[in-house]
Design a protein around this ligand. Structure first.
Ligand code: G1P
Length: 279
């Protein structure tokens, strides 16, 4: 990859997880394809990446995830059936997505954690900064720039890895990567510590990482060296701590709303929110 690529063009979507919390729905359907209203979670993520100016989607899938590839492709039969009918507008959004970016895929063969999933994507990313979206964290910009667009703008200034964070109730710290650091600008923290899913007593703050990252490509070598951590998995939080120790990670308190669509409660909340928005 040419050395002069300094801007963020690519977005990696780890999408190999089993989605056990949504069984039996996720037995044959990838959890990333569960719809909030009529749109799959992953499409919301891709649209957010496009809104941030990214045009290359790199998706790390696994077994049983073929519906994802079919979704971001043309269905000739469907196109043929509804062309010229009153139903054609239902395809407008997805057509726009398909024509405004490219999709590439690789498989994570074994589930060894988020860090490992990101490392699997190295072949699609190469040696350039990239974004990561965890599609089950669904974000809404409430009219402003999308969360990823806000982060890309920040990357232009800081040129280092960035994690999106939000304040959480202390008792929820064991669901997230939690950071600590020093506020260098309003809403921007230079990270000095980060811990994956600490118990409340061990959490360094109430600032939790949500599923939006911008990573510099040296992260791949760091992940390769990262030992399994919480849950015996290779954690991106642990790899990022190595960058943070060199002062190369900032946390950003994003503007907007985020729903944890990896949980049934969050999914229902998101569905109600988006329904009320479009109603
Ligand atoms: C992952 C990360 C965690 C982060 C969270 C955001 O955890 O490991 O650090 O806070 O995503 O959603 P997961 O939710 O995949 O268990």
């Amino acid at each position: 990859m040419p050395k002069d690529i300094k801007t963020v063009r690519k977005c990696l979507f780890p999408a190999a997880g089993y989605g056990t919390r949504f069984l039996p729905a996720t037995k044959a359907i990838p959890k990333e394809m569960l719809p909030v209203l009529t749109k799959p979670l992953l499409q919301y993520g891709v649209e957010e990446a496009i809104s941030a100016g990214l045009d290359t989607m790199a998706i790390v899938t696994g077994r049983g995830k073929r519906a994802i590839e079919d979704h971001f492709d043309i269905s000739y039969e469907l196109e043929h059936q509804i062309k010229g009918t009153s139903k054609e507008h239902y395809l407008t959004e997805i057509r726009k997505v398909i024509t405004s970016c490219t999709f590439s895929y690789t498989r994570q063969i074994e589930m060894k954690g988020l860090g490992h999933a990101i490392l699997c994507g190295e072949t699609l990313i190469g040696n350039e900064p990239f974004a990561v979206i965890l599609a089950d964290d669904l974000c809404d910009n409430e009219g402003g720039d999308s969360v990823l667009a806000q982060m890309v703008a920040l990357y232009e200034k800081y040129k280092c890895s960035i994690v999106a964070v939000e304040e959480i109730p202390m008792q929820d710290s064991n669901k997230y990567g939690v950071i600590a650091g020093e506020e260098i600008e309003k809403g921007i923290v230079r990270v000095t510590d980060m811990v994956e899913k600490p118990e409340p007593a061990d959490a360094p703050s109430n600032l939790a990482i949500i599923g939006r990252y911008i990573l510099t490509p040296d992260i791949f070598d760091i992940i390769r060296e990262t030992k399994p951590g919480k849950g015996g998995e290779i954690q991106i939080t642990d790899a990022l701590l190595a960058q943070a120790k060199k002062g190369n990670v900032i946390a950003y308190k994003f503007k907007g709303k985020r729903f944890d669509c990896g949980s049934v409660d969050g999914f229902v909340e998101a569905t109600n929110y988006f329904y009320n928005k479009v109603k």
